[in-house]
Design a protein around this ligand. Structure first.
Ligand code: COA
Length: 390
């Protein structure tokens, strides 16, 4: 970016407190949805009626992806068919592979993923066909190709050749294979799969709402998903899972965790992986993910992250009553699985693409352009003066 010599200060109007304005759409219900339900009072999250913990323990990510895209869990035949379709579409085009090789290896994988998803639009002859069948096919394509894009860029960032997907592996196994050329133990795969199930859907969160806003203008699926990726990247949303592990590495030693947190709170810093707009008494997904994070710690013999986890959670709760959210256990879990930190939010995308696509299709089923209002607090009406008098 070029720098300008001198810039006139922008006129800023201080925010005015007004009870009629719902900043951040806090507490505002903007539409109906049958995809998922947060029950704050019971500390529960349901996908089409199924508690997310129940799904995580009993279903594969592929079954949950099918549920979110179809509204019902698959039977044996439907699951087989769904898996075949997903596996067939895993390879990306030679053009997209070449594009990935053009990216700066030091770029953040969320930026390269966003650009690659936008590129997929240029290869889709049904781009502007927004009917349910066509969008369902696009959902399967995105579900299948996003992991290939992430892994191809990961390999490129290491100066290594991309590893083609294998269609005799499930989604989690194949992702490890494409990144590391090996598949870890079934315990690690299960923990990874659980994280994908827990991340898949969460009502009108920022990125999902972004996708709904974009598709509500009758734009296309790829634009909506690219926008959602941009929203998820922020540290107040999906980017928090990366920030959590950076915090844990910064603390380093469990004996320093309490002092670090007290100091950070004194400095009025936001502690990543804590707090939630909707949940006030804890995130319903945390106990399940924490259980699998602890299993990974046991398997790898790692004690630092679980100890820092416990100290930060207890100290935070005692200091201000704020509980961890799902990003708090997933950060160290992904780290113990062997992923580098910049891959954490892209992995979230691999999963949340299912929720985004379910919402995009639901929005289109009964579309109304999303167009809220703002309360004007700028200058009173005035007329333009000649330039020499301004
Ligand atoms: N660390 C420290 N204080 C926090 C906090 C956190 N992670 N989350 C909330 N708070 C405090 C705020 O400072 C505020 O205190 P105040 O009333 O004294 O000013 C109060 O709790 C309410 O927080 P607010 O920011 O208004 O809540 P919100 O609903 O707008 O924000 C989040 C929700 C998720 C954006 C917020 O909790 C946050 O920034 N968390 C860290 C990022 C994160 O983990 N994101 C992933 C979400 S799943």
């Amino acid at each position: 970016m070029t720098k300008t010599a001198s810039v006139k200060p922008l006129r800023r109007v201080t925010y005015m407190d007004d009870a009629s304005v719902k900043r951040g759409l806090d507490g505002v219900i903007t539409d109906t949805s049958s995809i998922s339900k947060v029950m704050v009072e019971k500390n529960a999250l349901l996908y089409y009626g199924y508690p997310v913990q129940n799904l995580a323990e009993n279903c594969s990510f592929e079954e949950v992806a099918y549920l979110l895209l179809n509204g019902e869990l698959p039977d044996t035949h439907e699951l087989k068919d769904f898996k075949e379709k997903e596996r067939e579409q895993r390879p990306i085009s030679p053009r997209l592979s070449s594009l990935i090789e053009l990216f700066d290896p030091k770029a953040h994988p969320m930026d390269t993923l966003r650009t690659a998803v936008s590129f997929l639009a240029t290869e889709d002859s049904e781009l502007l066909t927004n009917n349910p069948d066509s969008n369902y096919q696009k959902a399967i394509r995105l579900l299948a190709q996003i992991p290939t894009i992430i892994a191809s860029f990961y390999r490129h960032s290491k100066g290594q050749k991309a590893i083609p997907p294998k269609n005799d592996l499930n989604m989690g196994e194949n992702f490890f294979h494409m990144c590391f050329e090996k598949v870890p133990s079934p315990e690690v795969i299960k923990a990874f799969d659980v994280s994908l199930v827990l991340y898949a859907e969460h009502t009108f969160n920022a990125s999902t709402f972004t996708a709904r806003v974009i598709i509500s203008s009758l734009s296309d699926v790829y634009s909506a998903v690219s926008g959602a990726i941009g929203s998820l990247r922020g540290p107040l949303h999906g980017g928090a899972n990366e920030a959590v592990m950076q915090t844990m590495l910064e603390i380093g030693d469990p004996s320093k965790a309490q002092g670090w947190l007290q100091q950070a709170l004194q400095e009025k810093r936001k502690i990543m992986g804590f707090g939630h707009r909707v949940y006030r008494n804890g995130d319903s997904r945390v106990p399940t993910m924490k259980k699998y994070m602890l299993k990974l710690a046991e398997e790898t013999g790692e004690t630092r992250w679980p100890e820092i986890y416990e100290t930060l959670s207890k100290t935070m709760l005692a200091a201000n009553g704020i509980y961890p959210n799902l990003d708090f256990p997933t950060g160290p879990a992904y780290y113990m699985m062997g992923f580098e930190i910049p891959l954490f939010t892209p992995i979230f995308v691999m999963s949340r693409i299912t929720g985004w696509m379910a919402h995009i299709m639901e929005q289109l089923d009964n579309n109304r352009l999303i167009r809220p209002l703002s309360k004007y607090v700028g200058p009173e009406e005035r007329l333009v003066k000649p330039i020499e008098e301004r």
